[in-house]
Design a protein around this ligand. Structure first.
Ligand code: G4P
Length: 531
């Protein structure tokens, strides 16, 4: 066993998935507070920053030289070294948000108790399912009026298709929120509303068998309801099984209030215990063990610099195995070169820290002179293997790109191809056409602005975007078996191809996908593309 085994085993790398406003930022701030590593002010992307309009956002990119959304936060807690990967939401929701999940070993799902499962959570959840990573649920905002607890759990099970196991159970909500019942300890933890930002307050623990005390503290009605619900729950909910959790089939559920800091530390403690250390990853030589194998990593995100003055890019790598040392030589497999990584850094929300070492589970950002692509493998020079590629996620917005000055054709094609290669956009062509007509697909609409801005500023090409009505894309899995010329489509379907010539179908309506499958027996479609 290498002498750094313990360093790897104590790492926990996770992403938070949620719909905007569910409380991801607030919860992250509270985690950091327990970690004690970072002072609160400005450590997580500030509210003001998150809600900036497009033009301001560009300014921020320019000023800082790197996107404010690219943060990876690391802190120590209870002997663990925790890495939180930021999953950009709001307007800057993009493919990067999905790709970040490829770098995480588990996910925390934050749900607003009065809203239940929302659209963005559903999308991100799908990626977690594809990866079969453990998902821990925090039902937030219990200090506000919440939906019925059984209904919330039911919704998660039905909408997301994952079994739930409540670790604790809320007693009331909103003004009558009294605390939670800890099913393990069999006691009630009373709600204590703390000042914003302070550590967890002095909750009391009341054993469930001391009914008189409960009645005195919670009131008769709340106690009766609780006792009834516990009985129902013990009969109805899934048994807690750590194996099921680790396979991503069962999600432990916690209730609390990030804002008033109730239930956050209990959640953090439990989920760090239940979560896995860095997991083995699949490569073309088989499974690579995080502890036993030499250094290896893969690129999951490339952040282009919006600042013309220094047009560097940063490649984000997830270390999958071994130990990284800033002076060591590594092999960039796809580039076929042995090299030293330039300026390896850990990138926090608003600072870059030069790293001297890092371990499996950690994320590093390195200066990229334009050699890395998303999905590339980096490993020890004596090795030569490739990790499984990162899927291409389905864009949901499409536009036809028109160039204003046709004389600048070459720059236009070069620019758009490079930006696509960085993974910020996907480009398609008419099924029977060439590069004269380009259709751009993006996961988040902000990417359209980024594309326009970058083509103008970096390639001196002006474009006009004409929105297209398509929202659903499908890759054709068995393209060699079906005759694409004779495919029976629907009136809202469009056939396109990607830059490698792979055929794809675009749809306006989701139900058309089913109709096309019905009309073309044997056709197999997929929502994710494989590189
Ligand atoms: P996000 O990152 O998921 O988008 O959510 P964020 O943490 O920014 O929280 C969104 C809003 O919800 C914020 O209010 C925040 O204060 C509030 N919030 C988060 N957790 C809780 C909670 O447990 N209880 C209650 N009652 N509110 C919560 P805001 O008014 O939009 O911002 P602010 O002015 O309070 O900063």
């Amino acid at each position: 066993m290498p002498n750094y085994t313990e360093e790897i085993k104590r790492r926990r790398t996770f992403a938070i998935i949620s719909h905007p406003d569910a409380g991801k930022t607030t919860l992250t701030e509270k985690f950091l507070l327990y970690g004690g590593a970072i002072n609160l002010a400005g450590s997580v992307k500030g509210k003001a920053t998150a809600r900036h309009a497009v033009s301001d956002w560009m300014e921020i990119e320019k000023e800082r030289g790197i996107s404010v959304t690219s943060s990876v936060l690391q802190f120590e807690y209870d002997g663990y070294c925790v890495n939180i990967l930021d999953t950009p939401g709001h307007q800057d929701f993009s493919e990067d948000t999905y790709r970040t999940l490829m770098a995480a070993d588990c996910a925390v799902m934050v749900i607003d108790a009065s809203k239940g499962v929302e659209a963005q959570t559903r999308k991100l959840f799908k990626v977690c399912v594809m990866r079969k990573i453990p998902i821990f649920t925090f039902i937030n905002k219990m200090d506000r009026d919440a939906n019925d607890t059984f209904d919330l759990l039911d919704e998660i099970e039905k909408e997301l298709g994952i079994a739930t196991c409540p670790v604790n159970w809320p007693i009331g909500s909103g003004k009558s929120f009294k605390g939670v019942y800890d099913r393990n300890k069999k006691c009630v933890i009373t709600y204590f509303d703390t000042e914003k930002g302070t550590r967890e307050g002095h909750s009391r623990e009341l054993p469930i068998e001391q009914e008189d005390l409960l009645r005195e503290q919670l009131g008769g009605e709340a106690t009766d309801k609780l006792l009834e619900e516990i009985e129902l729950l013990d009969g109805a909910s899934a048994e807690f099984d750590l194996n099921e959790v680790r396979k991503g089939d069962l999600t432990p559920v916690f209730f609390g209030s990030a804002l008033t800091n109730f239930g956050v530390e209990i959640f953090l403690k439990h989920f760090l215990e239940m979560a896995t250390p860095p997991l083995p990853r699949v490569a073309d030589i088989g499974v690579v063990d995080p502890v036993e194998a030499d250094f290896s990593a893969f690129v999951f995100k490339i952040q282009a610099n919006m600042n013309r003055a220094h047009r560097d890019r940063v490649a984000f790598m997830r270390i999958c195995s071994g130990r990284f040392d800033a002076n060591m030589e590594v092999r960039h497999v796809q580039g076929g070169k042995v090299m030293r990584l330039s300026q390896p850094q850990q990138i926090m929300a608003d600072e870059r820290k030069i790293l001297s070492e890092a371990y499996a589970g950690d994320i590093i950002g390195v200066f990229d002179p334009g050699i890395f692509s998303i999905g590339d493998t980096i490993c020890a020079p004596k090795n030569n293997f490739r990790y499984e590629g990162i899927p291409t996620f389905a864009p949901e917005h499409f536009a036809r790109v028109r160039q204003m000055d046709t004389m600048k054709r070459k720059q236009f094609v070069k620019g758009i191809e490079q930006i696509a290669q960085e993974g910020a956009i996907q480009i398609f062509q008419e099924f029977n056409g060439g590069m004269e007509e380009i259709i751009v697909g993006v996961v988040g609409v902000l990417q359209f602005d980024v594309l326009k801005y970058r083509l103008e500023n970096e390639y001196n090409v002006e474009i006009r975007l004409e929105n297209l009505p398509y929202e659903h894309i499908r890759w054709i899995v068995n393209k060699d078996e079906v005759n694409l010329e004779h495919l029976v489509g629907t009136s809202d379907m469009k056939k396109v191809k990607d830059m490698k010539g792979n055929p794809l179908l675009l749809f306006v309506n989701p139900w058309s996908v089913g109709m096309v499958l019905d009309r073309n027996k044997g056709l197999v479609l997929r929502e994710f593309g494989r590189n």
